[in-house]
Design a protein around this ligand. Structure first.
Ligand code: GRF
Length: 221
């Protein structure tokens, strides 16, 4: 390894469920396409598959059980404690299903990413696949964005777009969108690791210039 090589970006990953995005990130670090090291995985629920994936990879798997904390603020304080122990440079939300207290988001301002299964600003919140099908939309997808206190509203880095086909269901859309997430989330994190992308004053900067909007990647036909 050359001595000029950049140090690995230290990532903490927050999860709540199956952790397929976590797995994609771990796979990319192992494949050498993501210059990052996952220093810890934190779940707000005990016993989820994502924690097992972390253990399998030899990474600290930590549970901060929301239900046992007695409220959102106490949960936030515990989570912040664990995060500070891990000392990440970037916090990555990967299927993390809680709205974070502002104190946590503020602490990692410009250093926290999320992937959301819609073409934001369309469909913040839950149930995006059902909502897009019911609206009869032509397109759906996923957005990688910086996290701000307002839910699913932070500056977007990248969007993956799929064209909705006749006969698509919630499940078929989920599968197609997640395939894109697994490819593009590690890619977006790599841009941060390379210093190509950053968030300043609520704006995404790409290659030294304010970006006019997210980079858009379409599903291959
Ligand atoms: C992802 O599809 C992401 O868009 C959303 O939650 C889902 C979690 O999947 N935020 P996984 O836990 O990464 O498998």
């Amino acid at each position: 390894m050359s001595s000029t090589r950049r140090p690995m970006l230290r990532l903490a990953v927050l999860v709540s469920g199956s952790g397929s995005n976590l797995q994609a990130i771990l796979d990319a670090t192992r494949a050498g396409t993501l210059d990052a090291r996952v220093v810890g995985v934190i779940s707000d629920r005990p016993g989820v598959l994502a924690l097992e994936r972390a253990r399998q990879a030899g990474i600290p798997a930590i549970t901060v059980d929301y239900r046992a904390c007695g409220g959102r603020e106490a949960f936030g304080a515990r989570l912040l404690e664990e995060l500070q122990r891990l000392d990440p440079q970037l916090v990555v939300l990967a299927g993390f299903m809680r709205i974070l207290p502002d104190a946590v988001v503020d602490h990692y301002r410009d250093r926290m990413l999320n992937v959301h299964p819609s073409l934001l600003p369309l469909y913040p919140g839950l149930d995006t696949y059902r909502r897009t099908l019911e609206a009869g939309d032509a397109w759906h997808g996923a957005t990688v964005h910086f996290v701000i206190p307002e839910l699913d509203a932070g500056p977007a880095i990248l969007q993956y777009r799929i064209r909705i086909r006749p006969g698509d269901t919630v499940e078929s859309l989920r599968q197609r969108v997640q395939r894109g997430e697994h490819r593009l989330y590690p890619q977006a994190i790599q841009w941060l690791a390379e210093g190509r992308v950053a968030c300043r004053d609520g704006i995404v900067w790409r290659d030294g210039r304010p970006a006019s909007g997210p980079e858009i990647v379409d599903e291959a036909d």
